[in-house]
Ligand binder design. Structure first.
Ligand SMILES: [Zn+2]
Length: 363
């Protein structure tokens, strides 16, 4: 079943496209599944859980606890579609899935919730309704595994490649010792990595495992539950993250396959390279400004407009930027660029990007 997602292009979830995904966009999709409203957000939007299967292994999955991290939710929808169409695959599991834990952040396209709180730094305080809800569900459901689904920024690379997917088995304490729970999570991630290397070699990374008890993954691992952090990353100019979504959904299904068949590969986890902050969105090399040759790095700020996300370039770094990599690299050696305003870090790079005919992305 290696290529199950690729052979299933007609998944109903493919109707959910673009980077702006809210509880409204997935509402009709959620209704195809057995679902419950388990709470309402700070701004009174419903928070749903989808409950599937009646097998012995309980898995709690949540996505969009950071409201602007929608690739994870779309990949999750793809995986749920596959499970619904292939019930034998689901036989081992009882799933509780919260597709959008932070509907207010999803609507506003922010990482934080309506009170400006990062829910993934609120595991101990549980100061927010949404974080308390997740911990309450965890306590009552008593999962055997947790899947904590996120998107990462465009800055991450692995060796010299962009990082399409990254994973972490979070630490259970400051010593980072390999507890039973951690080893199980590492084994599942190792299995996923083994499968991904056939398809997206050298584009998978491992997150830093410094312990932070305020993060949900660390907190649940500390309670003894194997927890997997999944992160969707940026590759090239795929700002819709369409390719990433495909392999993210594949990874979720591979996790189920590993657990159902007890195929854990912890040693492979150790060999996954750590992610590095080595990429920018656009790297312009050898630009001559005021007769001085320099490099300029641009980063996109994601702006919500008319239910679409627009990628607005800003100046991120100026100087000799050796060692930095770009999802797009332009060498403008010999071109004289004349701008109406001097470029400084943090300012708009729209004029420069228009002069260089850079694509204006919106998804
Ligand atoms: Zn996140």
């Amino acid at each position: 079943m290696n290529d199950f997602l690729i052979t299933q292009p007609q998944l109903a979830s493919q109707k959910i496209q673009g980077r702006y995904v809210t509880h409204k966009s997935i509402d009709s999709f959620v209704k195809h599944f057995p679902f419950k409203t388990i709470g309402t957000s700070t701004k009174s939007h419903p928070i749903h859980s989808i409950d599937m299967g009646s097998g012995s292994v309980k898995v709690l999955i949540w996505s969009q606890m950071h409201g602007n991290e929608s690739t994870a939710t779309k990949a999750l929808m793809d995986a749920l579609c596959y499970l619904q169409q292939n019930p034998s695959f689901l036989a081992a599991f009882t799933l509780k899935v919260i597709p959008i834990l932070n509907p207010d952040g999803a609507e506003a396209y922010t990482r934080v919730n309506a009170n400006d709180v990062d829910l993934n730094r609120d595991a101990i305080n549980q100061s927010q309704f949404e974080s308390k809800l997740l911990v309450d569900v965890y306590k009552s459901f008593k999962p055997d595994y947790c899947f904590n689904l996120h998107d990462q920024r465009t800055i991450f690379g692995v060796n010299d490649n962009p990082c399409m997917l990254s994973f972490l088995s979070p630490a259970a304490d400051e010593t980072k010792k390999h507890t039973t729970a951690r080893k199980k999570a590492m084994g599942v991630i190792g299995y996923i990595q083994n499968a991904l290397q056939e398809h997206i070699p050298n584009q998978v990374g491992r997150y830093d495992d410094t312990f932070n008890q305020n993060c949900m993954g660390d907190f649940f691992t500390q309670q003894g539950t194997p927890t997997l952090l999944f992160e969707a990353g940026q590759v090239g100019e795929d700002y819709g993250r369409v390719e990433t979504r495909k392999w993210y959904g594949f990874s979720i299904l591979k996790a189920f396959e590993c657990i159902a068949l007890s195929l854990h590969m912890p040693s492979i986890y150790q060999d996954i390279p750590e992610v590095e902050k080595s990429f920018v969105d656009v790297l312009i090399k050898n630009i001559t400004l005021d007769n001085i040759p320099i490099d300029i790095a641009l980063q996109y700020v994601e702006v919500l407009k008319n239910e679409e996300i627009h990628f607005v370039p800003i100046v991120h770094k100026i100087g000799k930027l050796a060692g930095l990599n770009g999802h797009k690299i332009i060498d403008v050696t010999g071109k004289n660029i004349s701008l109406s305003k001097a470029l400084t870090v943090g300012t708009s790079a729209i004029e420069l990007s228009e002069l260089l005919n850079l694509t204006q992305y919106s998804h």
